[in-house]
Design a protein around this ligand. Structure first.
Ligand code: PGA
Length: 257
């Protein structure tokens, strides 16, 4: 892991979690409060129904909370949607946008993801923009092309940041679609090649400011593989799905960072 960048370990609960499961966040907050030496930022993105409660619990453990998606607008006639302003109001500091499950379940395009990322920033939250290739694209040696196209289309240009510090307002998550929830993980060399290409892309887009933008790896990160993955150059943390649901597993990943 890059020593100069403070890593971010982010838990994505997806459509999981009822009030009873907040006990996991309580356990995590307690463990981190008793172990303040952890050297990474810890983020939990619960379903929106639990966000405000999560934020309250997180405060006691130096954990931050975030949303899993947002609308492109901040309010209006959009039944069932949630705006970034609402997420921020419930305590979110980050919003995941462009997760592959949103892209496939809801047909989200790069352009839409870009607009959502801008909406998150406008509301005062940093977007975590997800990119990643499918298995067929990896087999067809198209992974790099696909990810570059997603970055070009999904990441707002420098003008969207105005006087904001890019590194504080943008996170990229590389999540190979075929590794999400499958137990499969790319080889460390493949992760290294992709993260280094994303870093180069960030330099091209943002100049020197691209050096400090965090690039997370996501897809079947577990206690057993976290240390190895997190030691790959330009891997500045993880976006963790399944293993973030249990405090014990998530804590093991945090300790690996
Ligand atoms: P997973 O999910 O850790 O369960 O593979 C990661 C993600 O989709 O963010």
């Amino acid at each position: 892991m890059n020593d100069e960048i403070r890593p971010l370990i982010a838990g994505n609960w997806k459509m999981n979690g009822l009030s009873a499961d907040l006990s996991q966040i309580r356990s995590l907050a307690l463990a981190l409060r008793n172990d303040p030496a952890h050297r990474c930022d810890v983020l939990i993105c619960p379903p929106a129904t639990l966000l405000a409660q999560t934020t309250r619990i997180c405060l006691s453990g130096a954990i931050i909370s975030g949303g899993q998606d947002c609308h492109t607008g901040q309010h209006g006639a959009h039944t069932g949607d949630i705006s970034a302003a609402m997420l921020v109001d419930a305590g979110a500091s980050y919003v995941i946008v462009g997760h592959s499950e949103r892209r496939s379940d809801h047909g989200e395009t790069d352009g839409l993801v870009n607009a959502k990322a801008r909406a998150a920033m406008e509301a005062g939250a940093a977007p975590i923009i997800c990119v990643g290739e499918t298995h067929a694209e990896r087999l067809g040696a198209l992974a790099m092309t696909v990810v570059e196209k997603q970055l070009n289309g999904s990441v707002p240009g420098p003008e969207a940041f105005e006087r904001r510090v890019v590194a504080k307002n943008l996170v990229i998550a590389y999540e190979p679609v075929w590794a999400i929830g499958t137990g499969l993980v790319p080889g460390l060399e493949d992760i290294a090649v992709m993260h280094s290409a994303i870093r180069d892309w960030l330099f091209e887009r943002f100049g020197d400011e691209g050096a400090a933008v965090r690039i997370l790896y996501g897809g079947s990160m577990k206690p057993a593989n976290a240390k190895k993955i997190l030691s790959v150059p330009h891997v500045n943390g993880g976006l963790v799905g399944g293993a973030s649901l249990k405090a014990e597993d998530f804590l093991a990943i945090i300790r690996a960072a």
